[in-house]
Design a protein around this ligand. Structure first.
Ligand SMILES: [Fe+2]
Length: 248
């Protein structure tokens, strides 16, 4: 007769003998299953951010790389890592988007300074991440949940009271769909939730180009301005309050 402890020890010994335990360990099935893939993915993001800041990548090259990276993400693992289920318990605002910070401080293998900011946007149906452009910033969206009407514009010209913009993207976005922004391509975005509760993951790299003198921060505007020739639009500058009043 064996005690239970002896039996367990023998059982484990048999598993080791058959190579099963080692296989399970190597697949990390005893630990958090989502970790390995998403950690590697985040390290890639850190590296390409360093390359953008170190001018090894132009903003346009960074945009392409970021889109490639977003296309390869394990969306389920990303949602688990950033605890989307907890974010979903919070009430969504009556105007505009909830903006929830993400703590990646406990993710192994990442430097203390990631070089990029990250957050989750959440909107109720009909509410928007209101129209705005950016200066000296590269940023990317990937839809985590729900459906959005996503629009991007090139910021063709910046004048005293308005911008001249041109529509570049105008379509529905669902989970896994993505878009990016730089100073030179698709600089303005506007995302309106068209399903009940919709969430977006956002990464942003601020101040990547010392040559750009405009201060970083949102450039609010009204994309439904006067139509000009050649598909251009005269989009008046707006305050955040006015932009949220009209589009939030
Ligand atoms: Fe933005």
């Amino acid at each position: 007769m064996h005690t239970r402890r002896e039996f367990n020890a023998r059982m484990l010994g048999s598993l080791v003998a058959f190579g099963l335990v080692e296989t399970l360990w190597s697949r990390d099935l005893f630990a958090d299953q989502v970790k390995p893939t998403i950690h590697k993915w985040l390290r890639e993001l850190v590296e390409m951010t360093q390359d953008l800041r170190g001018r090894k990548l132009t903003d346009l090259e960074f945009q392409t790389k970021m889109e490639d990276l977003y296309k390869r993400v394990d969306l389920t693992a990303l949602c688990a890592l950033i605890k989307l289920d907890e974010v979903e318990k919070k009430k969504l605002p009556d105007s505009g988007a909830a903006n929830v910070g993400i703590d990646l401080g406990k993710v192994e293998g990442l430097p203390a300074n990631l070089g990029f900011g990250k957050q989750i946007f959440g909107c109720g149906k009909g509410r928007s991440v209101v129209p705005h452009g950016h200066a000296n910033m590269c940023t990317g969206f990937i839809v985590l949940k729900g459906k959005w009407h996503g629009r991007h514009y090139d910021r063709v010209e910046t004048l005293k009271d308005h911008y001249v913009i041109k529509s570049t993207i105008d379509r529905e976005f669902g989970p896994g769909d993505l878009s990016t922004i730089s100073d030179h391509k698709d600089n303005v975005h506007w995302f309106k939730a068209v399903s009940e509760a919709a969430y977006i993951f956002n990464v942003h790299v601020i101040g990547y180009d010392a040559g750009i003198k405009e201060t970083s921060g949102r450039l609010y505007l009204d994309p439904e301005g006067e139509k000009l020739a050649g598909g251009l639009v005269k989009a008046p500058k707006m305050s955040s309050a006015d932009c949220h009043k009209k589009y939030g």
